[in-house]
Write a protein that binds this ligand. Structure first.
Ligand SMILES: [Zn+2]
Ligand SMILES: [Zn+2]
Length: 236
């Protein structure tokens, strides 16, 4: 359902920073824009011919927004466009971007908890859910509705919200993309595969995709438990 530019954790750079995208004709929707993301977008040519750029941001760790200013500058100076950013905490994002030298007129921010992208290419409903990640910055998961499908994208999170789990069990969420780490320890800001296994019944695991995986993550073990593992695009 979602395409990925990368699916690694912050330090698992071989897999690129986790970032999903939806491309439809001349519209591009990106979820997060971490440090490795702009160069991947550029090298794949994903920005070529794009006239509407939307970036949904889960939180402000650099593996999620590290190259956002590059994308905004490129949109401004090369594509002559103003991307639309979706993030519930406008002041925080404005401050970070200002410190990177990005003028506020180079982008729009939509900071409502629910938002809609609708144009001739696509219709996407977005709802933000506060997630459990770190106590220094706000973090969000995303409920996305597109083409009759409902997807929950965890962002970085060390637990699964009860409402989301119930919705998956009841079938009102079709796919769950979840932050999954290979190791666990006290205070882990990510969800270990072991915990994911304890949350999700075997018969529902085919609906679940592991992402944001660290170097300890055992892909074959996750697959043998019935989960999917995200793969990323290397060419269009
Ligand atoms: Zn994070
Ligand atoms: Zn992260």
């Amino acid at each position: 359902m979602l395409n990925f530019l990368g699916f690694g954790s912050a330090f698992n750079t071989d897999l690129g920073n986790t970032s999903a995208y939806i491309k439809s004709n001349t519209s591009l929707v990106l979820i997060d824009c971490g440090s490795t993301v702009f160069s991947k977008l550029h090298s794949l040519g994903l920005l070529d011919g794009v006239s509407d750029i939307y970036v949904i941001i889960t939180h402000t760790h650099s593996d999620h927004i590290g190259s956002l200013s590059d994308l905004i500058f490129y949109s401004q100076y090369i594509l002559n466009q103003r991307p639309t950013l979706f993030f519930p905490n406008k002041d925080l994002l404005n401050t970070i971007l200002r410190c990177m030298g990005v003028k506020s007129e180079f982008y729009n921010i939509i900071d409502t908890g629910k938002a809609l992208i609708e144009n001739e290419d696509l219709k996407l409903e977005i709802s933000f859910f506060a997630s459990s990640h770190v106590d220094t910055i706000p973090s969000y998961g995303l409920l996305l509705k597109i083409e009759g499908r409902t997807i929950f994208y965890s962002g970085d999170s060390n637990e699964i919200n009860g409402f989301i789990l119930k919705s998956l069990e009841e079938g009102t969420i079709d796919y769950l993309y979840h932050d999954t780490s290979g190791i666990d320890y006290d205070g882990n800001p990510h969800l270990s595969l072991e915990k994911l296994e304890s949350y999700i019944k075997p018969e529902l695991r085919h609906k679940v995709y592991c992402m944001h995986v660290d170097s300890h993550f055992d892909r074959e073990k996750a697959k043998s438990l019935g989960f999917n593992v995200v793969e990323c695009i290397d060419r269009l």
